[in-house]
Write a protein that binds this ligand. Structure first.
Ligand code: SAM
Length: 234
C-alpha cells in the first residue's frame, strides 16, 4: 500500500483515531502505521465528500469509525483471509465493508459493485488516493454480473451490507459464489425469521448457514452477529 502523502484534510479526529486503534485491538487486528493512515485519509475524504454528495448516513468521525470501519471489519470473523481469495462486495456504497477489509487484508482480491454512480466515483477516488492494488470497482447492478463468465461462480466471498432483505441478497450473491464460497452478512432482528422461512430454498441451493459472533466494536457494545451462507462444494 502506498502511504498517501500530504495533510489529512480537516482532520481533527484524535478521538476517532483512538476509537479505531482500540476497536482494531478488540477485533484482534494489528494494523501498520500505513494502514492506520489509510483509514484516516478514508475517513477524512468521506467527511469532505459528504458535504457535497450523499454517500453514507454517517454524520461524525466517530460514527464513520465505529459503524463504518470497525463494523465492516467484524466480517473477518466469518472467514480466514488468505492470498488468492477473491471477494465481491455487492452494493458497496462508499466502500463498506469491502474497502475497509481490503485496507486490512491487502492479500484479498476485491471487486466493489454499486448501482449508484457517485458512490462508485468516490470509491475509485479512495482507491487511487490510497494506491490500493488488487481492487476493482464497477458501476453496475449486481444482477448484470450473473450472466458473465468473468463473474459467475468466481468469488470465494460475497458481502452485501444494508443492501436488502435476506432473500434479495441471496438472489444477488449466490450465482456469483464459487463452490465452497461464503456470503457474509450482518444479522439483524429479521435475520432469524428470514433464515427460517428460507430454509428449504437454501437447501435447494446447496447452502448451509453458520452464525458467527464477532466482538463488539466499542467498549460496552454487544457482540456483532454475522451470518455466513456457505455454498456446497459440489
Ligand atoms: N454497503 C454500504 C454500507 O453498508 O454503507 C452501502 C449501503 S447503501 C444503504 C445500499 C447500496 O446498495 C446503495 O449504494 C445502492 O446503490 C446499492 N445497491 C442496491 N441494490 C443494488 C444492486 N442490485 N446492485 C448493485 N448495487 C446495489
Amino acid at each position: 500500500m502506498r502511504m498517501a502523502t500530504g495533510r489529512v484534510a480537516g482532520d481533527n479526529g484524535e478521538i476517532a483515531n483512538h476509537l479505531l486503534r482500540q476497536g482494531l485491538s478488540r477485533l484482534g487486528i494489528r494494523a501498520t502505521p500505513a494502514q492506520l493512515h489509510a483509514f484516516a485519509v478514508y475517513r477524512s475524504e468521506l467527511l469532505r465528500w459528504a458535504a457535497h454528495v450523499n454517500l453514507t448516513g454517517f454524520k461524525s468521525e466517530e460514527a464513520i469509525v465505529r459503524e463504518g470501519f470497525l463494523r465492516s471489519l467484524t466480517y473477518k470473523a466469518a472467514f480466514e483471509p488468505a492470498p488468492g481469495l477473491v471477494a465481491v462486495d455487492i452494493g458497496s456504497g462508499a466502500g463498506l465493508p469491502g474497502l475497509a477489509l481490503k485496507i486490512c487484508y491487502p492479500e484479498i482480491g476485491m471487486l466493489l459493485v454499486d448501482a449508484t454512480r457517485r458512490r462508485v466515483t468516490f470509491m475509485r477516488h479512495i482507491i487511487r488516493q490510497l494506491g490500493l492494488n488488487g481492487v476493482r470497482c464497477l458501476w453496475a447492478r449486481a444482477e448484470s454480473l450473473q450472466g458473465e463468465t468473468e463473474h459467475r461462480g468466481r468469488y470465494h466471498l460475497a458481502f452485501a451490507r444494508a443492501v436488502g432483505a435476506l432473500p434479495e441478497v441471496v438472489a444477488l450473491a449466490e450465482p456469483l459464489l464459487a463452490p465452497g464460497g461464503r456470503l457474509v452478512i450482518q444479522c439483524g432482528q429479521e435475520t432469524a425469521p428470514s433464515l427460517q422461512a428460507m430454509r428449504a430454498h437454501l437447501t435447494a441451493l446447496g447452502m448451509r448457514a453458520l452464525v458467527v459472533q464477532a466482538p463488539g466494536v466499542d467498549v460496552g457494545s454487544p457482540p456483532t452477529q454475522l451470518l455466513a451462507l456457505e455454498k456446497s462444494l459440489r
